[in-house]
Design a protein around this ligand. Structure first.
Ligand code: DAH
Length: 339
């Protein structure tokens, strides 16, 4: 019997060391320690032993049971640890991997310059308003002193929806809409899209953008116009920029002027960009024509005002040294992401 117990122990030790799943361990446990297992079978035969031998064999049997039991538990733990180690290795996250950088968008150069321009005028007390792109002839031309026969209409042909409705050719109709809707003091800028029947080239597009400005109050003079527009240009292009005003004609301002700024590239010495002039034409402006004030129910004897219109394309191209307007519309990210 001693021998049989010893054999069980050795066999169990060997099989247990080879078992490599929890299920195999379970089967070995049943086989050796179960109710119908090999050890129990031996113990059942103990009745046939002598009184001296019984406790000795009993103690030995216990020892074997405990030893097998301990082996089972040790092996179970080893297998459990191995499973855990495998899972940890498989599911591990390498926190040192660089993250995936989300592609970051940015504002179009138009929007950047427009935002800056708005900031400058908001800082000077202006409101920002917007108006319809489909406009009445009445607002786009008539009320601005440009009757049907006016030659200035020739340079502003556009798409007519009906005889009286068109795609606006300028943001100036917003002067009229604003003055009709409110009495002075008025201080607004109005950015927006405008349309003209022009073929596409480096400096023309049938769709482009303007920013209109209008100030009406008591005692507004040409020096207010000059001071405000000079401050605007210096903020946008730098303090060293100089401006000059040249007499011009617009039907809705009197007197009218065009404003030039010193060339940002050569500083006024003359270069290919300014065609050797040293100056770059930047906007149209003037004192609001008394007739336009009257058209809107504002008494020109009491109030005066100034207005200006500036092209967003032009100031953006000047700002970034872009020499072809088409680049701003083509949406090529290789170009746009430079700004
Ligand atoms: N509307 C003019 C244009 O499209 C620009 C302009 C000139 C607007 C003089 C004005 C102004 O308000 O006073 O060319």
């Amino acid at each position: 019997m001693r021998e049989a117990l010893q054999n069980i122990k050795t066999a169990a030790e060997e099989l247990l060391s080879k078992a490599d799943t929890q299920q195999q361990l379970e089967e070995l446990k049943v086989r050796f320690l179960g109710k119908k297992g090999e050890l129990t079978a031996i113990l059942k035969q103990m009745g046939g032993l002598s009184a001296e031998e019984r406790p000795v064999i009993g103690a030995l049997a216990n020892e074997v049971r405990e030893s097998i039991d301990a082996d089972l538990r040790r092996r179970a733990k080893e297998l459990g640890d191995a499973v855990l180690a495998r899972r940890l290795a498989a599911e591990s996250i390498d926190v040192t991997l660089p993250g995936v950088q989300p592609a970051q968008g940015k504002r179009h150069p138009f929007q950047q310059v427009l935002d800056e321009l708005k900031d400058i005028f908001l800082g000077m007390g202006f409101d920002v308003v917007s108006g319809p792109e489909i406009e009445y002839d009445h607002y786009n031309f008539e009320m601005l002193n440009m009757p049907k026969s006016h030659p200035a209409r020739d340079t502003q042909d556009t798409f007519y929806i009906t005889e009286n409705m068109l795609l606006r050719t300028q943001t100036s109709p917003m002067q009229i809409r604003t003055m009709e809707a409110q009495q002075p003091p008025i201080r607004i800028i109005c950015p927006g899209r405008v349309y003209r029947s022009d073929a596409v080239d480096a400096t023309h597009s049938p769709l482009f953008h303007q920013i209109e400005g209008l100030v009406v109050d008591k005692g507004i003079t040409f020096s207010d116009l000059k001071g405000t527009l000079e401050a605007f240009i210096k903020k946008l292009y730098g303090e060293e920029t100089r401006v000059r005003f040249r007499p011009h004609h617009f039907p809705y301002t009197e007197p009218s002027a065009e404003m030039d700024m010193s060339c940002f590239k050569c500083g006024g010495k003359g270069c290919p960009l300014c065609k050797g002039e040293g100056w770059i034409e930047i906007l149209g402006c003037g004192m609001v024509h008394p007739k336009v004030l009257e058209n809107c129910g504002i008494d020109p004897e009491v109030y005066s005002g100034y207005a200006f219109g500036v092209g967003l394309e032009r100031i953006t191209m000047m700002r970034y040294g872009i020499d072809d307007m088409r680049l701003l519309y083509e949406n090529d990210l290789r170009f746009l992401s430079q700004f």
